[in-house]
Design a protein. Structure first.
Length: 255
């Protein structure tokens, strides 16, 4: 069931989104060569706790996972696309890191992800990140009343495919509100002008995922969580929680 949020509920979700944005900002600021992923998880956990919020990821167990997620952030390095579990790995120069974070505040969820390079970045990595961010912006721009759900996937895929990147078919964005994952599923590929009509009060987490090698295939780690590119090429993931409003798209996961 798709839930439409009231103006007051959107304001509450904005505060949850602000917590997530601050956590990601803190993680980005702490990430450096030699820092281990578990340290970054602790940084995010501290920001969320100090805000009086609760992690949306810790102990979360969706249908595809064999075990609950054991951390506050997803930390996906280099060829890992999404859902990387933070561990003792220490960041190295040139690592491409995607960090996904979600939180509940006063019963409402926020969800967002960023990607960046630790140390000096190669032009190819900067292009990959920039393209994903451009795809996210293009998708946000079509989140308007009377638009269609397929417009969002079409916008993401158009940008990604033009750059020659792969797009994992089975994973994408989702509705969000009282629960982190709500209806509808938001594919990163779609047909323009098709699908559910976008109504004011609809809130979606939009999350482009691109694979630099151009293949859509991915591998699932033995832990059942991390997805990595099948060809070993580097991958990127960015995300915002976005509300459809009468005044146009409203990004809820900004500081």
């Amino acid at each position: 069931m798709v839930e439409i949020k009231t103006a007051a509920e959107l304001e509450a979700m904005r505060e949850a989104g602000r917590v997530v944005a601050r956590a990601l900002e803190a993680v980005r600021g702490h990430a450096a060569v030699g820092v281990c992923l578990l340290e970054l998880d602790e940084v995010a956990a501290s920001v969320i706790s100090e805000a009086g919020a609760k992690s949306a990821f810790l102990h979360y167990k969706p249908h595809f996972a064999p075990t609950p997620f054991p951390a506050v952030i997803c930390a996906s390095v280099n060829d890992v696309i999404v859902h990387g579990i933070p561990d003792g790995y220490r960041l190295r120069p040139g690592d491409l890191l995607s960090v996904d974070c979600g939180a509940y505040l006063d019963g409402w969820a926020g969800d967002s992800a960023i990607s960046f390079v630790v140390g000096e970045a190669s032009p190819r990595d900067l292009e990959l990140i920039g393209t994903a961010e451009a795809a996210l912006e293009a998708a946000i721009a079509v989140c308007v009343p009377d638009g269609r759900l397929g417009d969002i996937g079409h916008a993401v895929a158009r940008v990604g495919r033009q750059a020659g990147y792969g797009i994992p078919a089975d994973f994408g964005g989702h509705g969000i509100g009282r629960a982190m994952h709500e209806d509808p599923h938001v594919s990163n590929q779609g047909r323009q002008g098709r699908g559910m009509v976008l109504r004011p009060g609809l809130v979606l987490a939009i999350e482009p995922m691109f694979v630099s090698g151009g293949r859509d295939a991915y591998l699932t780690a033995p832990d059942g969580w991390a997805l990595s590119s099948a060809d070993g090429s580097r991958a990127v993931h960015v995300e915002h929680t976005v509300a459809v409003t009468e005044d146009g798209p409203r990004v809820l996961t900004l500081v």
